[in-house]
Unconditional design. Structure first.
Length: 685
């Protein structure tokens, strides 16, 4: 049956052939029989197709290479790194780059000829760029240096670093281009350019090389159908040919050669480094590997610098929470707190206004909405959102609220419920104004319009279609860190509100005290002590340690790769993991030890009368116990633990916890599922 146009151009279509810059042999799963070979085998290996198909794998590969491949693929589906071999071809020795991987009941081996020309000069160039990348302190400078370094080793005309957003659309954030008229810097690309099935392939093989877009496909002999085998998926190798979809795309943007390298953060595709040459360009395997190593180094540096930025933001949030903590002992009207700290919070969250809604009271700071409109917003949130963690929107004009109130310039809203009482509703609302901007898109108008909501107009001819979208009703998106920080702030405000209620309702003291203990001392998910209760306990323990001279220690730990648990199994399952983890840890503690949830997936243990050595032993027991627990659906998890003993007579709670946090960070940097002791001095980035 003849295939449709859509089937021919679908990126999932597997082509029975390879690119001509190498050759391929398909063996059985035990490397004992030859199934297929590429039609260019004679030209590259000097072995005819007929001879190869009747020869033993040992005769073709040689005993040494066959043995190495059998050993390497015993437990792995793909070589962790390509082999480099010397092989005699037509009377002279030729070096080859050899990649092998399993597919179905086959082992596929790819041979790519190597040339020594210029490779001796590559190592010092790469080392110089690696050294420079390792010293960069600014994210933007690092990104630009990455594209410069890759262009230096590949010689490609255009090197583009693109980052994915939450809708899998890409934005070009850094570029080196030899032809300014063909620059794509700051341009956006629709998600359909790299559909889900293609993104999944980058998890198998982060590198995609097309040295000649117009090169003729080299077929496999015999065809898979003729020997009753499935068409092989060559994703794990480097010779996979272009799908019609990919070929059409590269032709549309007038590219003759392409090299793409995926950038992954915490098992999620963060972005793509794409190299384009405007004519065919046969770069060597060494140059390709050098580009890959540069991307790996730069991406790790990038994520470190991003983590530093996030840490600075969270430190500012912590400082704000410390100020609120100091107010807890005073009976302060909660609305007074907004008057006192509202400006600081607006700067911290980059918002134009904040509103506090509770017990039919409305208090605002900055630019929000009218009070009666805020009351309508609060009621809608209570009815439609409930008491979830938060509700984040960056396009309010497309939300139901647009029909309920006059939003004016308000386009972004982060709404966090205040955990006061089950029969009461309260909200912390953070507003952002619209940010008018223009986005330039590369691609077909109908495809882009299907993924966006604003009209497009053509601006100029650049060898490919360029369209401009004017955005007038959206705000900057709320980051995950901002959402978590707002939840922490809402919890602190809820405590302040509760304290004020207790003071005001003296006639209902018994009920109010019970409410305070529940809200202020207990984490609602895990039912263990919350951060506020742990702070009180640590302060009391430090005071007792100073007075009586006995030791005390803290264990700060969190779940390794917890983000991937949430991404893979959902937040409900993540909550179940945290609840079960708290139960397991609690079961292994003494009566005198105290367990609390510090925030997110972080937990803390206060080990009374424990020296550092005793606390380290306790931490190791807890780490081992958690490692042995089988969590429903998720399976095994691990934790990284930082341990610190209080320095008697000279240490505040905050300094003790910072030392423990740095020890936990070292445990993660050292490979996770570890215990690290805190140093007596704080380190800096």
């Amino acid at each position: 049956m003849e295939s449709t146009f859509e089937e021919q151009h679908h990126p999932a279509i597997m082509i029975e052939g390879i690119q001509p810059f190498g050759c391929l042999i398909r063996f059985d799963a035990d490397l004992q029989k030859v199934f297929q070979v590429s039609a260019n085998l004679q030209n590259i290996l000097g072995v005819s197709i007929d001879t190869a198909l009747v020869s033993s794998p040992r005769d073709i590969l040689g005993g040494k290479l066959q043995h190495r491949l059998q050993q390497a693929l015993t437990k792995n589906t793909r070589l962790s790194a390509a082999f480099t071999i010397n092989r005699q071809v037509n009377g002279s020795y030729q070096r080859f780059h050899v990649m092998a991987y399993r597919y179905d009941d086959s082992i596929i081996v790819e041979f790519e000829p190597l040339s020594r020309s210029g490779e001796q000069h590559l190592l010092p160039i790469v080392n110089e760029w690696l050294s420079r990348l390792a010293q960069v302190q600014q994210i933007g400078q690092l990104q630009q240096m990455l594209v410069q370094s890759v262009q230096a080793v590949t010689g490609y005309d255009r090197v583009l670093l693109c980052q994915f957003d939450s809708h899998w659309q890409r934005t070009a954030i850094a570029e080196e281009c030899r032809e300014p008229a063909r620059s794509l810097l700051n341009y956006r690309f629709p998600a359909s350019d790299i559909p889900a099935i293609v993104r999944d392939r980058y998890a198998v093989n982060p590198l995609r090389h097309v040295p000649d877009v117009n090169a003729k496909v080299v077929p496999l002999v015999p065809t898979s159908d003729s020997i009753n085998l499935p068409t092989p998926d060559l994703t794990a190798g480097v010779l996979r040919t272009l799908s019609p979809f990919h070929y059409q795309y590269l032709c549309e943007i007038n590219v003759g050669a392409s090299l793409s390298i995926a950038i992954t953060d915490e098992q999620r595709l963060w972005g793509i480094l794409t190299c384009h040459h405007f004519a065919a360009s046969d770069i060597s395997a060494a140059e390709r590997d050098a580009a890959f190593n540069l991307v790996q180094m730069a991406s790790q540096r990038l994520f470190l610098l991003q983590a530093r930025q996030q840490a600075q933001f969270l430190e500012q949030v912590l400082n704000s929470r410390e100020l609120l903590s100091a107010e807890r002992d005073k009976v302060v009207q909660p609305t007074t707190l907004l008057d006192k700290y509202g400006k600081n919070w607006m700067e911290l969250f980059n918002c134009c206004g904040i509103a506090l809604l509770y017990q039919e009271q409305v208090r605002c700071a900055g630019e929000t909405l009218d009070n009666y409109e805020l009351d309508i917003v609060g009621k809608w949130l209570t009815e439609n959102v409930g008491h979830k963690a938060c509700w984040a929107c960056d396009h309010l004009s497309k939300s139901p609220l647009d029909n309920l109130v006059n939003l004016r310039k308000r386009a972004g809203l982060l709404a966090v419920p205040l955990p006061i009482e089950h029969n009461q509703s309260g909200w912390l609302l953070l507003f952002r104004d619209t940010e008018k901007m223009q986005c330039s898109w590369v691609g077909k108008k109908q495809i882009i319009e299907a993924e966006t909501s604003n009209p497009l107009h053509r601006v100029e001819e650049r060898g490919h279609e360029v369209w401009v979208e004017t955005i007038e009703s959206e705000a900057q998106r709320w980051s995950v860190n901002e959402q978590h920080a707002a939840q922490d702030l809402a919890e602190d405000l809820a405590v302040a509100i509760t304290v004020h209620q207790i003071n005001r309702l003296n006639k209902e003291l018994q009920r109010a005290n019970k409410q305070l203990k529940e809200i202020a001392h207990t984490d609602t998910l895990t039912r263990i002590w919350n951060r506020y209760r742990m702070e009180l306990a640590i302060d009391a323990e430090l005071a007792a340690a100073e007075r009586y001279g006995h030791p005390c220690s803290v264990l700060l730990f969190d779940v390794d790769h917890f983000k991937s648990v949430n991404d893979t199994y959902g937040h409900d399952m993540g909550d179940q993991v945290l609840t079960r983890l708290a139960e397991e840890v609690q079961s292994k503690l003494r009566v005198s030890d105290h367990l609390g949830r510090w925030g997110g997936e972080e937990f803390i243990v206060l080990a009374s009368h424990n020296t550092l050595d005793e606390a380290m032993a306790l931490a190791e027991r807890l780490r081992h116990h958690v490692e042995m627990v089988e969590f429903e659906t998720v399976g095994e998890i691990t934790v990284s633990i930082g341990v610190a003993q209080a320095i008697t007579g000279s240490e505040s709670r905050r300094r003790l916890l910072e030392r423990a946090d740095q020890a936990m960070y070292r445990a993660k940097q050292s490979g996770r599922n570890r215990v690290e002791a805190a140093s007596t001095e704080l380190s800096t980035f």
